[in-house]
Design a binder for this molecule. Sequence first.
Ligand code: HEC
Ligand code: HEC
Length: 352
Amino acid sequence: MELANDKGWSCPYLLCKFVIRKKGVVELGRRSCASCHTRVMPDGTLLEGAQGMVRLFGSSAGMTPERLRDLQDALWARVGAPWVQSKESFRELVTIDWYTKLLQASRNGVFPRQGTSLTHPVHAPSLIGIQDIRFLDATGLVRHRSIGDLMRYAVINSGLDMLAEYGDFRPSAHTSSVAAEDGTRYSDEQLYAMALCIGSLQPPPNTNRVDDRVRRGQRIFGQQGCAGCHTPPLYTNNKLTPATGFSVPDDLLKSGDVLNVSVGTDPTLALKTRRGTGFYKVPSLRGVWYRNAFGHGGWAETLEEWFDPARLNDNYVAKGFHLGPGPIKGHEFGLRIPPDDRKDLIAFLRTL
Ligand code: HEC
Ligand code: HEC
């Protein structure tokens, strides 16, 4: 479905719907949760709650200076962090050529969600099985202790976070109220129903069979110490690991939520964005067989690429999101084992 909005940009979302909230007024509903958390499977079926295919859409063709300025403002509201970069230098960076490059670098499943970064966007996670996951977002920004936390997460990420104040910086210039009564946010009842619905989502039947190769892969998973972090049955220990360069405050070390070992991936998202916490959570490996875009930035398109030692090379060209050649840094686990063992390990991961 292709629709044009008032700025002439085409609608990037597949799942736009017409909604009627007030008698006589038809509105276009977009940016529903489903638009980023629904996967189009290879046979064309839709899998609700799975990692979405969302990416940065658009075109810079024929962009006028006024449109560029509007775009810069919109992007600044989405990802600006004035304590890292001034609005002026952000504007200087976002030229038409640069934006064209960014669109080319964009990949399905990787998106500069508000509060992340254009140069360091984040992969869309799967929501299937989310009820077992104790921290939400790649940086573990939000604790997930109960269904109430999931409801709050949903409402905050539906626009409230754009009204948050970071010192004297507020991402959105709008001052409109956000209230359930006038329909500008989901009501508590709707949020509860939605969270129950998300919690009921089931993975698709896994057609990858357990055979000798998979059993070998499972042994390698144990021998390589993967289970220390990706602990069965959730295939995560539900802990946070510090990003490179972040020293963990003592009280957090004592909390039991932190494994004080950095896996050495790119620290930008954790240290320099509005969603930054200093940490990356240990992701669950359940369902990796129907996902792409590995690593929190979606740099590795496939599991084969994530476990390819060549990705550490300085001139490496990633198949996932990348703005230029360079290594996919960190998480070197499983990279130094013989190629056949890596294949077995991946075969095992595909059964989870
Ligand atoms: C425009 C795309 C988009 C929309 C719309 C969207 N999400 Fe997300 N969602 C993301 C991305 C990208 C992330 C990863 C953010 C991060 O890791 O920092 C995410 C993260 C999450 C997480 C954390 C999951 C985890 O494993 O850490 C939850 C829960 C979630 N979204 C639920 C929702 C709900 C509920 C809605 C609707 C109210 C929604 N999302 C709408 C893209 C979207
Ligand atoms: C010290 C803890 C630790 C160990 C040991 C570890 N991992 Fe990880 N793993 C992580 C963290 C943290 C991430 C997320 C890193 C990021 O995105 O920045 C991750 C990410 C991954 C991903 C990408 C998942 C995704 O959603 O993008 C895969 C696949 C993976 N690990 C598999 C393994 C395997 C297989 C092993 C053993 C060979 C292993 N890991 C060992 C902590 C660990």
